[in-house]
Structures are given as structure tokens and as C-alpha cells.
Ligand binder design. Sequence first.
Ligand code: UT7
Length: 333
Amino acid sequence: MTKIRAAITGIGAYVPEYILKNDELAKMVDTSDEWIMTRIGIKERHILKTPGKGTSHMGAKAVQDLLKRTNTSADEIDLLICTTVTPDMLFPATANIISDKVGIKNAFSFDINAGCSGFLYGLSTASQFVEAGKYKKVIVVGADKMSSIVNYTDRSTCPIFGDGAGAVLLEPSSNEHGIIDFINQVDGSGRKHLHQKAGGSKKPPTHETIDAQEHYVYQEGQTVFKFAVSKMADISLEVMKRNNLSIEDLDWLAPHQANMRIIEATGRRMAISTDKVMVNIEKFGNTTDATIPLLLNDYESKLKKGDNIIITTFGAGFTWGALYLKWGYNTPE
Ligand code: UT7
């Protein structure tokens, strides 16, 4: 019997209008365009400024874009997975709010939180539902309003992050296209290096936790940097090896966009030529769960049916992974 694979059959994206440039950041904290460009490689990031709007607003816009571009009705969707670290509220799931906003009624939906690896965890989870045969149209939407948890008086974190959302549609494919393999990993002891100290059940928010600024991203940058490079490169090579895929066979590497130096060092460690590495960090920054779909969206017109692509991520947890897929379509002119 032919194996059913889950193929990406379309992409949707949304970033908010407001653009926060390095020069504006330099008026808020002691930094400069030159430092940020040299050490991180980000020129600007989009920020959701509209009061009362959260992650679901951007996620719904990305899903609406996806439905329009794929000529799909909301009624046809069987499952929607939202990956985020900045849910609208602790419960209910942001996936449910997005489903409601776009009119998805004949489905179930849930959130996944795996730090910056969320979209990869979501994509690999969704692929299992499609491969099982019962689910025909599954959406994975990665969305984050990082500006809601970034401390804009901390120069070591505020230049890094941006807001945005991206979504893909997964459908069954009985040919060789689609998701071929993946490896996801976790090391929960890494949580001490990257987390949010208060706001959850262990330390609910109080005036004291707010005064101590414990509701913001806490990050030990250098530790995260080192782990990110070695883990993304090594797990990508591992999934390639077990699928007999050489560096020459690989058409594209789609790495999580956390820092330009992390992307370059990952590419060097894998010995892949730079023109095969997808990059758009300069204009969006690290949008956490949205980096991978925003990358695929930007490169969509360059992707050809049958292209071998490795997606790799690293994030809070620590979580990391690599997914091998054969691209399923040529973008119409
Ligand atoms: O998505 C996964 C999550 N996050 C990541 O992957 C981030 C991983 N880490 C990084 O990207 C980098 O470690 C950072 C961008 C966070 C920091 O870059 P770095 O090259 O590791 O800098 P550093 O922390 O070693 O700091 C070097 C210097 C320090 O000054 P002193 O102590 O040498 O005088 C910092 O205070 O740079 C200073 N510095 C800044 N200077 C100007 C830190 N941030 C800034 C800034 N502007 N924005």
C-alpha cells in the first residue's frame, strides 16, 4: 500500500504594520544600529501596537490569508494547531480563538508550546494526523506577540524579538512529496537559561513580580547561542544521514531565525553553501513560532516541486529538532 504523506500545500502570513527600527531602539536603550547589525543581524521588526489585540489577531490574519491563497473554505478544515509562547490568555487555547475568528467549526484545535521549536513540533504533530488517514486538511499556525513579554529597558533582549504569524496547510499526498522524516528533542534542564520567571502557576503574577520585572523574557544569551548552533546543525545532519541525503542533495536549509551569527555558524558546521540557507531575520527579527512559516512564505516563489528541504529549530525548553520534507508544489506565476 502506498504510504500517505503530509504535504504542505499552501502558506499564509501576517505581520503587523508598525515597524520598530534599530534607530528607534537606540533612543530607548543604550545600543546602536551598528551593534545590532553586527551581533544579531536584525534591521527592523514588526510590532503589534493596537490596544486589545493579541496573538490570535495575527494568527487569524495568517489563517485567513492561507484560506484565501489555497481557495479553501473554513468548513473544510479538520484540525488547527496553534504554536505560541504568548497565548492571548492562559486558557482557553489561542487555537480555539483563531478557529472562532476565521469560522472553523467542523474541527478540533489545540495549542503547542515548545519555545522557538513550536512550529516544528506543530508541523510534525500535524503530519501524524494526516498520515493516519482520517484528517484531510490540517492547519498549523505559528504566532507570537513577543512584544508583550519583552522588556524594552533591557538592551540584551529587546533588539532580538518581533511579532508576527504564519500558517501552512497540510494535506495527504500519496506520492513522494511531503514530510519524510523528523527528529524532535528536549532537554528540560535547559529551562534555567531561557524562561519567564512569573505569571504561571508556580509564581502567579503579583505587584511584587511585576515590580521585579519577572513577567519578561529571561535569557542567558551566550549559553543559548552555543546550544542553538550545535543542536540545530547536528540534528539536521542526523536526519539527513538516516535518509541518505547528502549536503549536495539538499536544496534548502530553513533554520529558526534567532540571530544571523547563529544561522551562519549552523551553516558552516553543516558545510552547506550560504545560497541554500533561507534568511529573512533582517526584516522580522526573532518572531519565535512564526519564523519558519514567515521564511517559507518569503521563499515560496523560489521553491520547486521535489526540492529537498530541512527545517531546523532551537528554543526554550530546551527544545530542538529537524524535519526533512520534499516540497509539494510549484508556485503559480
Ligand atoms: O530563539 C532562541 C532564543 N534566543 C537566541 O537564540 C539568542 C541567542 N543569543 C544571542 O543571540 C546573543 O547571545 C545575544 C544577541 C543575546 C547577545 O550577543 P553576544 O554577542 O552574546 O553579547 P554578550 O551578551 O556577550 O554581550 C557583549 C557586550 C556586553 O558588554 P560588556 O559586558 O562586554 O561591556 C553587553 O552588555 O555587549 C553588550 N550588549 C550590548 N551593547 C550594545 C548587550 N546587548 C547590547 C546591545 N547594544 N543591544
